[in-house]
Design a protein around this ligand. Structure first.
Ligand SMILES: [Cu+2]
Length: 118
C-alpha cells in the first residue's frame, strides 16, 4: 500500500511540474543552424515550439565587426517562425544571430548563435 501511494504521489508531481514546462516556448530549429557554413543565405529563420507575440519579438544579425545587417522581419502564418530576409547578400565571414521573443505565456526568451558564410 505504501508502494502504491508513493507511485501516485510521484505521478502527481510529474503532472504538476509538466504543465508549466510544456507551456514554455523553446527554439525548435534555426536556419542557418548554429555553427553552419553556408553560401549566400537569403534569410535567417527561427522556429519555436509555441506561438509568440510578434510585436514583442525580434531577430537581429551582426557581422564579424559587430555591424547590424539590414533585414526585413516577418512572422509565419502559424505564429511560430520568426524570420529576417537580408536586404543585400551577405559577404563571407562569421555572423551572429540574436533573437528575443515573448511567448504566449508571457515569458521572455532570448538566444544567440553564429554561422559562417563562405
Ligand atoms: Cu513560459
Amino acid at each position: 500500500m505504501v508502494r502504491i501511494l508513493s507511485l501516485v504521489t510521484a505521478a502527481a508531481v510529474v503532472v504538476v511540474s509538466a504543465s508549466p514546462v510544456s507551456a514554455h516556448a523553446r527554439l525548435v530549429s534555426a536556419t542557418p543552424a548554429s555553427g553552419a557554413v553556408v553560401s549566400a543565405p537569403g534569410a535567417v529563420s527561427l522556429t519555436f515550439s509555441e506561438r509568440f507575440a510578434a510585436p514583442f519579438s525580434s531577430v537581429e544579425v551582426k557581422d564579424g565587426q559587430g555591424r547590424a545587417v539590414t533585414l526585413r522581419q516577418a512572422v509565419s502564418q502559424d505564429g511560430k517562425t520568426l524570420s529576417g530576409s537580408f536586404e543585400r547578400p551577405l559577404t563571407t565571414g562569421v555572423y551572429e544571430v540574436r533573437w528575443a521573443i515573448a511567448a504566449a505565456d508571457g515569458h521572455r526568451m532570448t538566444g544567440s548563435h553564429s554561422f559562417t558564410v563562405r
